[in-house]
Design a protein around this ligand. Structure first.
Ligand SMILES: CC(C)(COP(=O)(O)OP(=O)(O)OC[C@H]1O[C@@H](n2cnc3c(N)ncnc32)[C@H](O)[C@@H]1OP(=O)(O)O)[C@@H](O)C(=O)NCCC(=O)NCCS
Length: 382
């Protein structure tokens, strides 16, 4: 009798579903309790009560700031919100049709050349670079949008919160209190979400000891896809196609028959509902009521009820954010870049954590192709 152990089948999970690919102290996504905590704090409480900049500090530095830490952190963000003039020239040189996410990717790449410590992956150097990236991201998005539409970029205003500053750099107008508050909350709910695809891409890149700029560029490229950050833009396009809440149920029923994937629904981790949705929906309703227009909120509710009833699939954060941004008058191509503005804080926190305790991320693949074929010289292959 053979004493050889039976060959083990390598464990394989398509799409890495359910696989724990690393340890982190940054956030917990609990699909059972439908809770997201950021360094131990409930993200929905942060969204209702905190400034986005506090949460960025929580992510990048590791704790909620004291008053003086907050002042220092915000002045760092504001310093880096003043973009080098050469960056405006680069944004102007981009082809007119450049997607805002691609412009952002280019802008972040460009900034690396301005950093004398680009190759320094030490904790302190990475924190300094994270503050730089978090400060620069919103002005890059706003400046590119204005340049693309034949307008002069508006510089960042030191006195404004990041939420108000972005909206006013975009439009030239100060948002009112409720717009700023709801937009600020949406940034917090977008800031961090465990090992999602873009964050994982950042960590894979960082794990080769590539620098933070390259890691973030990988994250931006990954976020653009419609199965990830791009879903909020696609969700709004569907809502515009539906036009009226009274057509929403039938549209969803027809989409199910066509086996169409509805963006803004479903999630790899949450199967009973996205923890971020109830808070954002509630804020969205408050916003819609303040504008005297419940149309989009009602439409989203009917879409949700129909999808849950027919398929047991719940909306994710991209559905409420889509119609809320639409009501705020934000152009649809900017929804994913806004996600990136918020997620920059989470991405950079993950790159710092990866570099601080690195192990190369290098999984294996399950080979399914042919084996040991005979090579035929090209002359004999016809
Ligand atoms: C996010 C997403 C990729 C997660 O996917 P996943 O965990 O791999 O789930 P699957 O794609 O395996 O879906 C399981 C089933 O639900 C269906 N499903 C999942 N999301 C769906 C959606 N948005 N619309 C319609 N059907 C959906 C799938 O078609 C599949 O059905 P089947 O078993 O009959 O083939 C997926 O839900 C999706 O593509 N959603 C739309 C994009 C989106 O909103 N992304 C943002 C995520 S925050």
């Amino acid at each position: 009798m053979s004493t050889q152990p039976a060959p083990t089948t390598p464990s394989y999970s398509p799409g890495l579903e359910g696989v724990i690919a690393g340890a982190s102290k940054i956030s917990r996504v609990d699909p059972e309790k439908q809770v997201l905590t950021i360094r131990g704090y409930d993200a929905t409480e942060l969204a209702r009560k905190a400034q986005f900049e506090e949460v960025a500090h929580l992510l990048v530095i590791g704790h909620l700031p004291s008053k003086s830490e907050y002042k220092t952190f915000v002045s760092g963000l504001k310093k880096h919100a003043q973009l080098p003039k050469e960056l405006y020239a680069v944004l102007r040189a981009l082809p007119k049709k450049t997607h805002p996410m691609d412009a952002l990717r280019t802008g972040i790449s460009f900034l690396s050349g301005y950093d004398a410590k680009v190759l320094d992956n030490s904790h302190d150097a990475n924190v300094a670079k994270a503050i730089r990236l978090c400060g620069a991201v919103a002005p890059i998005v706003a400046a590119h949008w204005r340049i693309q539409h034949g307008k002069r970029p508006i510089p960042s205003n030191k006195k404004l919160s990041m939420a108000a500053d972005f909206l006013s750099m975009l439009t030239g107008e100060m948002p009112d209190e409720i717009t700023e508050r709801v937009f600020n909350a949406s940034l917090i709910l977008y800031a961090e979400h465990g090992f999602n695809a873009s964050t994982f891409a950042c960590r894979v890149t960082a794990s080769t000891l590539a620098d933070i700029y390259g890691s973030i560029v990988a994250g931006i490229g990954t976020l653009k896809g419609p199965l990830h950050g791009g879903a909020n833009e696609e969700a709004m396009k569907v809502m515009l196609k539906i036009k009226d809440p009274k057509h929403a149920e039938q549209y969803i029923l027809d989409a199910i028959v066509r086996k169409e994937k509805l963006m803004g629904f479903g999630h790899r981790v949450y199967k009973k509902g996205d923890s971020r949705v109830p808070a954002l929906k509630e804020l969205g309703r408050e916003y819609a009521a303040s504008q005297g227009n419940m149309k989009w909120s009602e439409m989203a509710e009917i879409m949700e009820n129909t999808m849950v009833r027919e398929k047991g699939i719940y909306p994710n954060v991209d559905l409420p954010s889509a119609w809320i941004y639409y009501m705020m008058g934000i152009p649809i191509p900017l929804y994913t870049p806004i996600f990136a503005i918020a997620r920059m804080s989470g991405w950079t926190a993950h790159v710092i954590e990866q570099h601080d305790n690195n192990r190369l991320i290098r999984p294996k693949s399950l080979y399914e192709g042919p084996e040991m074929l005979t090579y035929t010289p090209m002359a004999d292959r016809g």
